[in-house]
Write a protein that binds this ligand. Structure first.
Ligand SMILES: Nc1ncnc2c1ncn2[C@@H]1O[C@H](COP(=O)(O)OP(=O)(O)O)[C@@H](O)[C@H]1O
Ligand SMILES: N[C@@H](CC(=O)OP(=O)(O)O)C(=O)O
Length: 536
C-alpha cells in the first residue's frame, strides 16, 4: 500500500469537514472480529457471517491479531514477548518462529486454492522477516521505543487480516486486505491529544480506503491503525481494534457496528461464573464501559463515544450463533441516525415510544461483574491530618510506576486504594510501595476482588446498595472497602478473592433474578406504569 504524502495542518481540517455518503442503498455494516474468533472460527466468519451480510449490505471487516486459544497466548502477546526478549538482548527469533509456524500451518490447513495459499504464506513470511529486522535494529540501538513496539505489534493484525482476506477469496467472496498502519502521518500535530478533530481525521482516513472500493468488494482492515504519541499500547491499550472498527463505522456512516465475540451478547453476569445469567437485549454505553472496566471485558471503553455521537448502534453478537439478536449498546434516550426513536425496542414494548419503558424494563440493576487480582493499599499518614499535596504525591508515585487505581476511599488521615496488579506489575508495585512508605504507614492486602453492581436505573431504586451489602453479610462475606461512583451507575465492594463466585451468584439471585430483591409492590408499581404507557 502506498504511503500518502504528509498533509499540512490546514488540509487535516478541511478533510475533517468532508461528508461521506455510502452509495449502496442498504448501507454499511462494520464487523469486528476478535483474535480468538479469527483463530477458532474463521470459516464461520466467512461463510455464515460476512457472506450472508454482504448479500444485503456493504460490509467492512476489521480483525485483531490471531489467537489460537486464548488472548494471553495469542499473536499480540507473543510479539510483545519477542520485543521484551529483544530489549534484554535475548534471542527473540525463537518467538518469531513460533508465530510464523502457527500462521503458515493455519494457512496451509485452511486455504485450499494453491495460488492464494502460496501468496498468503509468502506474505506471512515477509511480515515476520520485517519484525525480525525491526527487533534487530532495536537491539543495535539498545532501545525499543514506543513507536518501534507499535510497529512490531502491528504485525499481528497484518498477519490476521492477510489470512482472513485470503480465506474470503478462497471461499468465493471478493475481498481486499487493507493495511491501516500508515494512516497517521508522521508529522500529525498531536498538541491537543486525542481530541474530536483527531478522531474525525482518523475516521475519514480509515474509511476512505473502504469507500474507494467497488460495491462488491469486502475490505479487510487491520485493526491496528497507526502510531500515536507514546504508542497505541499506552494511549489506547489492549483491545485497540474495537476503537479502530468504531472509527471506520463513523467514517462510512454505518447502519451498525457489530462486535463479534464468542458469547451471545452482554449478560447480567459472566455466564461462565453465574449459570443463571440472562442475555440483555440492550445496555447503555455508560453501562457497557463500566462493565468492561470492572471485569467483564465486553468492549473497549473508548469504542463508544464517537459511534454514539454519530448515532450508530453497536451490536455484540456471537460468531457461533450468528442468528441470535445479540445485545445492542445505545443510549436509551436518543434515536439513531435518521430516526426519532431508539433502535430495536424489546419486543414486548415494541409499540411504546417512551424512553422510560426502554430503560426501565423492570430492572433495578443491569448486571454484576467481578474484577480479580486486586491489591488493596492502605496508607496511614504520619501527620495528624492529610497534609497539602498528600494525595497528589500518592497519585504521582503510582503514575510514575504506571499503576492505576480502580477504587479509592479516604478519611482524615487514611487512604485506601484498590488496584489490579498483574504478575508483570509486581516489580512496579514493590518500587511504588517503597516510595509510598515515605509518607506514612503502608500495609497491603492481596488476593482481593472488586464486585460491582452496574445499572443506569439504580439511582431510582432506593435501598439497592443496602440490599447488595445485606446479601454479602447474609452469606458471611467480609467487605474490605465500599465505593459508589459519583455517576451512581456503579456500586462496588472489595471482598476476598475466594468469595468471588459465591458473591456473584448470591447477588445475582437476589438483585437480578425474580423480584430483584424488592417487595412486590415496587415491582407492581413499575408494571402498572408500563401497562398504562401501552395505552397512551
Ligand atoms: N456480563 C458479561 N456478558 C458477557 N460476557 C461476559 C460478561 N462478563 C464476562 N464475560 C466474558 O467475556 C468473554 C468475552 O467474549 P470473548 O469472545 O471471549 O472475548 P474476545 O473478543 O476478547 O475474544 C466471554 O468469555 C464471557 O464469559
Ligand atoms: N490484538 C490486540 C488488539 C485487540 O483488539 O484484540 P481483541 O480484539 O482480540 O481483544 C490485543 O491483543 O490486544
Amino acid at each position: 500500500m502506498s504511503v500518502s504524502p504528509p498533509l499540512s495542518a490546514k488540509s487535516y481540517n478541511s478533510i475533517v469537514d468532508l461528508r461521506f455518503t455510502a452509495s449502496k442503498p442498504q448501507g454499511w455494516v462494520v464487523q469486528k472480529f476478535g483474535g480468538t474468533s479469527v483463530g477458532k472460527f474463521p470459516e464461520n466468519i466467512v461463510d455464515d457471517i460476512v457472506s450472508v451480510f454482504s448479500k444485503t449490505n456493504r460490509v467492512a471487516v476489521v480483525c485483531s491479531a490471531r489467537s489460537s486459544q486464548t488472548k494471553s497466548e495469542g499473536t499480540t502477546s507473543r510479539l510483545l514477548k519477542a520485543a521484551d526478549i529483544a530489549a534484554e538482548s535475548g534471542d527473540f527469533q525463537y518467538m518469531l518462529d513460533v508465530i510464523e509456524d502457527d500462521h503458515v500451518k493455519n494457512a496451509e490447513a485452511r486455504v485450499k486454492n494453491k495460488t492464494i495459499q502460496q501468496k498468503l504464506v509468502a506474505d506471512t513470511k515477509r511480515e515476520i522477516a520485517h519484525a525480525a529486522e525491526l527487533l534487530r535494529a532495536c537491539q543495535v540501538i539498545g532501545e525499543i521505543s514506543a513507536r518501534s513496539l507499535d510497529s512490531v505489534m502491528s504485525i499481528g493484525e497484518k498477519l490476521s487480516c492477510l489470512f482472513m482476506a485470503a480465506l474470503m477469496n478462497d471461499h468465493g467472496l471478493k475481498a481486499v486486505y487493507i493495511d491501516l498502519s500508515d494512516v497517521i502521518p508522521l508529522d500529525y500535530d498531536f498538541t491537543n491529544g486525542f481530541d474530536d478533530n483527531f478522531y474525525k481525521f482518523l475516521s475519514q482516513q480509515l474509511s476512505s480506503r473502504a469507500l474507494a472500493l467497488s460495491e462488491d468488494t469486502v475490505p479487510v482492515l487491520t485493526g491496528y491503525f497507526g502510531t500515536v504519541p507514546g504508542g497505541l499500547l499506552n494511549g489506547v491499550g489492549r483491545g485497540y481494534t474495537d476503537l479502530c472498527a468504531a472509527l471506520v463505522a463513523v467514517g462510512v456512516q454505518a447502519d451498525e457496528l457489530q462486535v463479534w465475540k464468542e458469547v451471545d451478547g452482554i449478560f447480567t453476569a459472566d455466564p461462565r461464573k453465574v449459570p443463571t445469567a440472562r442475555l440483555l437485549d440492550s445496555v447503555t454505553p455508560e453501562e457497557a464501559a463500566e462493565l468492561t472496566y470492572y471485569g467483564s471485558e465486553v468492549i473497549h471503553p473508548f469504542t463508544m463515544e464517537q459511534v454514539i455521537k454519530a448515532k450508530i448502534p453497536i451490536r455484540i453478537k456471537n460468531v457461533v450463533n450468528p442468528k441470535g439478536s445479540g445485545t445492542i449498546i445505545f443510549p436509551d434516550n436518543v434515536g439513531r441516525r435518521g430516526e426519532e426513536t431508539p433502535p430495536h425496542p424489546p419486543e414486548a414494548y415494541e409499540t411504546l415510544s417512551s424512553s422510560f419503558v426502554l430503560s426501565h424494563k423492570k430492572r433495578s440493576a443491569t448486571a454484576i461483574t467481578a474484577k480479580q487480582d486486586i491489591v488493596v493499599i492502605n496508607i496511614h499518614s504520619n501527620k495528624k491530618t492529610l497534609s497539602h499535596g498528600f494525595l497528589a504525591h500518592i497519585f504521582t508515585t503510582l503514575d510514575n510506576f504506571k499503576l492505576v487505581v480502580d477504587l479509592i476511599s479516604t478519611s482524615e488521615v487514611h487512604v485506601s486504594m484498590a488496584l489490579q496488579i498483574s504478575q508483570d506489575q509486581e516489580l512496579q508495585l514493590k518500587n511504588a510501595l517503597k516510595d509510598l512508605r515515605r509518607m506514612g504507614t503502608v500495609d497491603i492486602t492481596r488476593n482481593m476482588t472488586i464486585i460491582s453492581l452496574v445499572g443506569k436505573q439504580m439511582v431510582n431504586f432506593i435501598g439497592i446498595a443496602g440490599n447488595m451489602f445485606k446479601v454479602l453479610a447474609d452469606n458471611r462475606i467480609n467487605i474490605e472497602m465500599i465505593s459508589q461512583g459519583a455517576n451512581e451507575i456503579n456500586i462496588s465492594a472489595v471482598i476476598n478473592e475466594k468469595d468471588t463466585i459465591r458473591a456473584l451468584q448470591s447477588i445475582h439471585a437476589k438483585l437480578l433474578e425474580g423480584t430483584f430483591g424488592f417487595d412486590d409492590h415496587v415491582e407492581s408499581a413499575v408494571d402498572l406504569r408500563l401497562e398504562s404507557l401501552k395505552f397512551q
